[in-house]
Design a protein around this ligand. Structure first.
Ligand SMILES: [Zn+2]
Ligand SMILES: [Zn+2]
Ligand SMILES: [Zn+2]
Length: 763
């Protein structure tokens, strides 16, 4: 007695070998029927005996392919049909929405073996892929995900590839980017002026050049990298000089885990993260004896390390046989290069040679960055390997929402119904090129999701380009959201919390409801509204944004405040490096409140104390001095400095002036910087604990969430957790970045709540 069953599958089920797998299961169960892709997922109609159907459904649930994510499996009974076979039907055209384009997938073991096997027809072929691995999001131009809607559509399959593509028993059955040396994309080598270098084997030539100390621009999955031998100090220095990147660390790619272990002290969690399918850059502790040029990450024990994720990387790393610097190829402030002509125009002055190919990149997608923080893998930059994987929301949004994100480290987010989709990492929205990338990426995400956002949300800061974009877009309701409220709600969303929560949002800066720069905030938060309960005593920033770079200004301001206008600058070698005239002018700015806006950011305290203790007048990139202060802390030091909490106003104030005076005493006594740094961290942890306990007496004991860029600091995160988790239920970030790269998710939910409740965002 034959029965019929329709199974609707939702989740990441396209481009991951899902239909062939269903086909094989159906054959194994002896069922007839069909399976097809459409814009909302996959539908299966199966016919056969009740027992066979039951086992089939059980296998579907239990044995899902590694790259697929089944979010929902809906069964319904349908009339039986006299079908003879099980078939894969062509995809249905564009419907409501595509929820199921997978992220780019790191090369699988089988494909890696093939490209290393001299007897395989894909030996040393850099574009080898299968249904389990290869490019996806970055080659997708439209939906549904089929070869014709990717940048592979111009490459006609050769007879061998065609056979694989149509053979259900082959692991390349319906692998949309399937290719081989006969029919697929090809490498070529270019001079910086764009003329092609004539050579038999561009890969081998590039390998020889890299070993000889050249800088090579390499076209990857989501854009170009600039590569050079990471053990060769002169070439790393040359790359720094040409890229005008004085001190910011470069990421290093190691050929495999064994080499990675020779470069860094790795924990089990870090090894898992390094070899995860997303293959992010992982921040790890560099070994003192690592065979790496010091110039890779000047003065920092933290190393950004990652493993190969395309066949081209595997081949390069094996043949060069040294770790390579692999840094995003862009000009400062601009997005990563993706097109050959663009790379030649923009990188010609940096690279000695360009290793390019003829498969276009449809969407830029930078490498992701992650770190193990308090024992937990934490994404710091969510991009290649993650985008556009859906993020499941606890509650649906009423209307499609576009959240424009923050100003620095921008990532946007689009939410439809109960799912949110982060866009790729855009970077700092400070140049026209970055803004163009932002708009291009938003348009592309709208296309592949087939959605037109009806609510557009942005940061409260009126001057941000993302705010102006949101307001200029038209056709949608626009809603401004407070920066730290958005941080807290992004963490709430990750853990399905509805509020109230006590949000501890520590970062560098964010526009406050009162127009001042917030950033050391304790907020009582619900999704749609919040109340500011406590903050840090503000520091004046003489020169405004200039004080973010010239951190000695913040240091002077901090001393001036702690010593009532009589800063003991003679005690610090730092100020001997600054011209007297500059010190006089900045002191006047502080005294007379001239161009010296108030800032509450915890990041500013790191800058100021770091400048004083490390004798560092400038920060050449965001967070440089803060991270330098963090990494030297002596974690065995238990002592801390005094602080006060002023509970007299409507918002409690954490006052660290007693700490600053004690730091000065320690410096005068010649106490080691590593000890002072540890005592500074311990003070922040202790002050946070004290203020939270005090607030709990009034508001009870809601769950506590830690969020904001400062919680990318493992010592602080671990310390605050240890301080609070016996008394409070504490939550930290993991899948959503704690910094501004995760902000857009909070913006989505707040905007949705404001629209739904008509609530006021703050009190
Ligand atoms: Zn593969
Ligand atoms: Zn072929
Ligand atoms: Zn922030």
């Amino acid at each position: 007695m034959s029965e019929g069953c329709r199974i609707e599958v939702r989740g990441t089920v396209q481009g991951v070998g899902f239909r062939p797998w269903v086909y094989r299961l159906a054959r194994r169960a002896g069922l007839a029927g069909r399976v097809w892709n459409h814009s909302e997922g996959v539908t299966i109609e199966a016919f056969g005996g009740a027992g066979s159907l039951e086992s089939f459904v059980q296998w579907l649930r239990d044995d899902t392919p590694a790259s697929a994510r089944i979010r929902e499996l809906r069964l319904s009974k349908i009339p039986p049909e006299l079908a003879e076979d099980f078939v894969i039907e062509p995809s249905e055209g564009v419907g409501a929405r595509a929820l199921s384009i997978p992220p780019d997938l790191a090369t699988c073991n089988k494909c890696e073996e093939e490209v290393l096997d001299p007897n395989d027809r894909r030996y040393r072929y850099p574009f080898t892929n299968c249904t389990e691995c290869g490019p996806r999001f970055t080659i997708t131009t439209d939906i549904p995900y089929d070869r014709s809607a990717t940048t592979m559509h111009d490459f006609a399959l050769c007879p061998s590839c065609e056979r694989e593509f149509h053979d259900v028993m082959d692991r390349r059955f319906h692998a949309q980017p399937n290719a081989c040396p006969e029919c697929g994309p090809k490498l070529s080598l270019c001079e910086p002026d764009g003329t092609e270098t004539i050579c038999d084997d561009p890969l081998a030539t590039a390998v020889g050049l890299l070993r000889g100390g050249a800088i090579v621009a390499i076209k990857g999955l989501g854009g170009f990298h600039l590569a050079c031998d990471a053990s060769d100090a002169p070439v790393v220095r040359k790359l720094r000089a040409r890229k005008h990147r004085d001190e910011k660390p470069f990421a290093v790619m190691a050929r495999d885990l064994a080499v990675a272990r020779s470069l860094a002290n790795l924990t089990t969690e870090e090894e898992l993260l390094l070899s995860s399918q997303e293959r992010p850059i992982v921040l790890v502790e560099r070994r003192p004896d690592a065979p790496l040029a010091a110039e890779v990450a000047p003065e920092s024990p933290v190393l950004g390390l990652f493993l190969p994720y395309t066949p081209l990387h595997h081949l390069l790393l094996r043949e060069v046989d040294r770790p390579l610097v692999m840094t995003s190829a862009n000009i400062a402030g601009e997005p990563i290069c993706k097109d050959n002509a663009e790379a030649i125009a923009r990188l010609g002055g940096i690279a000695d040679v360009l290793l390019v190919h003829d498969r276009d990149i449809a969407m830029r997608c930078d490498d992701s960055v992650a770190r193990v923080i308090a024992g937990k893998a934490t994404v710091m930059r969510r991009s290649r390997g993650f985008v556009p994987r859906p993020f499941q929301l606890k509650e649906s949004v009423d209307r499609p929402v576009l959240a424009c994100g923050a100003h620095l480290k921008n990532t946007f987010c689009i939410a439809v119904e109960d799912t949110a989709y982060f866009g790729p990492h855009i970077g700092d929205l400070e140049t026209l090129a970055a803004m163009e990338f932002f708009e291009e990426a938003v348009d592309r995400m709208q296309t592949i999701l087939s959605v037109e956002p009806e609510v557009v949300t942005h940061d409260l800061h009126p001057g941000y380009l993302s705010t102006r974009y949101a307001k200029a877009r038209g056709g949608a309701e626009t809603i401004g959201v407070q920066h730290h409220h958005a941080h807290v709600v992004s963490a709430m969303a990750e853990h399905g919390l509805r509020g109230p929560v006590l949000g501890i949002a520590y970062d560098g800066t964010g526009y406050g409801n009162d127009g001042t720069a917030w950033g050391g905030e304790l907020l009582l938060c619900f999704t749609g509204h919040f109340r500011r309960l406590a903050t840090f005593r503000p520091i004046k920033l003489p020169g405004g944004n200039l004080a973010m770079r010239e951190v000695w200004r913040v240091a002077l301001s901090l001393l001036h405040d702690a010593f009532s206008g009589d800063a003991p600058i003679d005690e610090f070698p730092l100020f001997q490096r600054i011209p007297d005239e500059s010190i006089r002018v900045v002191t006047q700015m502080i005294d007379r409140h001239l161009n010296a806006p108030q800032a509450h950011g915890v990041g500013r305290y790191f800058d100021a104390v770091g400048a004083l203790v490390l004798n560092r007048p400038d920060s050449t990139f965001e967070g440089q001095v803060a991270v330098a202060l963090n990494v030297i802390a002596d974690v065995t030091e238990r002592a801390s400095y005094p602080f006060e909490i002023d509970r007299t106003g409507a918002v409690e104030i954490i006052d660290l002036r007693p700490m600053v005076r004690a730091v000065v005493e320690d410096v005068m006594r010649g106490v080691a910087a590593s000890t002072i740094s540890a005592k500074f961290h311990n003070t922040l942890i202790g002050a946070t604990g004290a203020v939270v306990r005090g607030l709990a007496e009034v508001i009870g004991q809601p769950p506590v969430v830690l969020t904001g860029g400062v919680f990318q600091n493992p010592i602080l995160t671990q310390g605050v957790l240890a301080e609070l988790q016996n008394e409070f239920e504490c939550f930290t970030h993991s899948r959503v970045p704690p910094g501004d790269g995760g902000l857009a998710l909070g913006q989505v939910l707040i905007a949705n709540a404001i629209v739904a409740e008509g609530s006021t965002p703050c009190a």
